[in-house]
Design a protein around this ligand. Structure first.
Ligand SMILES: Nc1nc2c(ncn2[C@@H]2O[C@H](COP(=O)(O)OP(=O)(O)O[C@H]3O[C@H](CO)[C@@H](O)[C@H](O)[C@@H]3O)[C@@H](O)[C@H]2O)c(=O)[nH]1
Length: 420
């Protein structure tokens, strides 16, 4: 019997996701038409013997989260429960705090997944590797180029045995091109080192560390406190993958992840991809259209477009590399490229809304999305355009490389601006 834990974090963590995280908790943001963590849940539910999926975080259990959990339980016919931390406990504190719930029923092992990653989740392959040679910690690893590796946990392995010999979280100089994907398979034994860290933190007193976290309150950093400390002791192994993988930290990376998942749907969910039908809109490449959306037949959509519930797309609209969220309206002949259109927003006739993608270098197979910062030298960097919720864009204007905060009613064109 197996279980899975998804680490969903909490409200203040989604700052690079603003203004989109104002409306919905980041783990529920739709990526390729379904909430971000539904991809995780679908992957876990497919592993034979999966008994229960636990979401651990420090969000207040609000209505969208509760509705999502109920829908997921019904769809996958599995208990999917939310366990709320009393305070942010770090990536390992929640696992230790809720250890009794995780180990209830005696699982053989449990998966631990960061919520903010996009992957094809090779969970069965990880399970095979684990069963072949059970160790307390199995980490999924992928490769990154030298510069980008510094943004992740870096793993030095023994290439013969795949034992993790050395682990450094976000090093300041190059350590290894194998990075931690934030996808793990732990044996029940893994909770013992977590207990040791917990007890040590209690003894050391309630000292604040440099990140402002409070170890005495039960905070455990899986990466630094456990992986770095135990590397080279025969307890941590890495399973390498060359499948799709990306972090979802910013709106730009959500758009990129949407593209990756839409590509995956060819294999996993062909029924979710829109097909060209006589009298229907023209579809180019991978496109998701929610069944309740109304799309005019002369619209041209794709590639890599995802259209949410109740969206209206008018005649002659051109839509490419974009996510259009619940209840938005694109009036006739708008052109929307590399943009996220927020919930209930309206783009007026003949308006053009465009962003600039910051996709990984296509000539470097090890490149990932850069963890973008919005500014360089005091200037807003060109990036995808984001319209917050219920924004109104008038007819015949151009909105380029801009972020528009919720409820704004614009009256003219804007380029390279954050509109507050
Ligand atoms: N429950 C809970 N979850 C948390 C907490 N803090 C973070 N998380 C969740 O844990 C995951 C990791 O979050 P971060 O702490 O922001 O780390 P990171 O910068 O994403 O880096 C981690 O992931 C990388 C892969 O995406 C790894 O390369 C890196 O080593 C590390 O594990 C996210 O899904 C986040 O929601 C917490 O206090 N409580």
């Amino acid at each position: 019997m197996l279980k899975a834990v998804i680490l969903i974090g909490g409200p203040q963590k989604g700052t690079r996701f603003r203004p989109l995280s104002f409306e919905v908790p980041k783990p529920l943001f739709p990526v390729a038409g379904v909430p971000m963590i539904q991809h995780h849940i679908e992957a876990c539910a497919q592993v034979p013997g999966m008994q229960e999926i636990l979401l651990i975080g420090f969000y207040q259990p609000d209505e969208p989260l509760t509705r999502f959990l109920e829908a997921a339980q019904q769809e996958f016919n599995l208990p999917v429960r939310y366990l709320q931390e009393f305070a942010p406990l770090g990536t390992g504190g929640g696992l230790y705090h809720f250890r009794d719930q995780i180990l209830a029923g005696g699982p053989e092992a449990f998966f631990v997944l960061n919520a903010d990653v996009c992957s094809d989740f090779p969970l069965s392959a990880m399970l095979d590797a684990y069963r072949h040679q059970p160790h307390p910690f199995l980490l999924l690893g992928t490769t990154a180029n030298r510069t980008q590796s510094l943004n992740y946990g870096c793993i030095v392995e023994n290439p013969q045995t795949h034992e993790v010999l050395h682990y450094v979280e976000k090093p300041s100089t190059f350590v290894s091109d194998i990075i931690n994907c934030g996808i793990y398979l732990f044996s029940p034994e893994a909770l013992k080192p977590l207990r040791d860290v917990f007890q040590r933190n209690q003894q050391d007193g309630q000292l604040e560390d440099s990140s402002g976290l409070w170890p005495g309150a039960g905070t455990i950093r899986l990466e630094q406190d456990v992986f770095s400390a135990l590397a080279g002791q025969g307890q941590i192994y890495v399973h390498l993958t060359d499948g799709i993988w990306s972090q979802i930290k910013s709106a730009g990376s959500a758009l990129y992840a949407s593209r990756l998942y839409l590509g995956q749907y060819q294999l996993t969910h062909p029924e979710r991809l829109a097909k060209h039908t006589p009298g229907g809109p023209r579809i180019r490449g991978n496109v998701y259209i929610h069944p309740t959306a109304k799309v005019a037949p002369s619209a041209v959509l794709g590639p890599n477009v995802s259209i949410g519930e109740g969206v209206t797309v008018g005649e002659g609209v051109r839509l490419r590399e974009s996510i259009v969220l619940h209840g938005a309206t694109l009036q006739e002949h708008t052109c929307v490229l590399h943009t996220i259109v927020g919930w209930g927003s309206t783009v007026g006739r003949w308006a053009r809304v465009e962003g600039t993608p910051n996709d990984p270098n296509p000539n470097d197979p090890r490149a990932h999305m850069d963890s973008e910062s919005l500014f360089k030298d005091g200037k807003l960097l060109p990036a995808i355009t984001i319209l917050g919720c219920r924004v109104r864009i008038p007819a015949e204007v151009l909105i380029l490389n801009s972020i528009v905060l919720p409820h704004k009613e614009l009256s003219r064109s804007f380029t390279n601006q954050i509109i507050l």
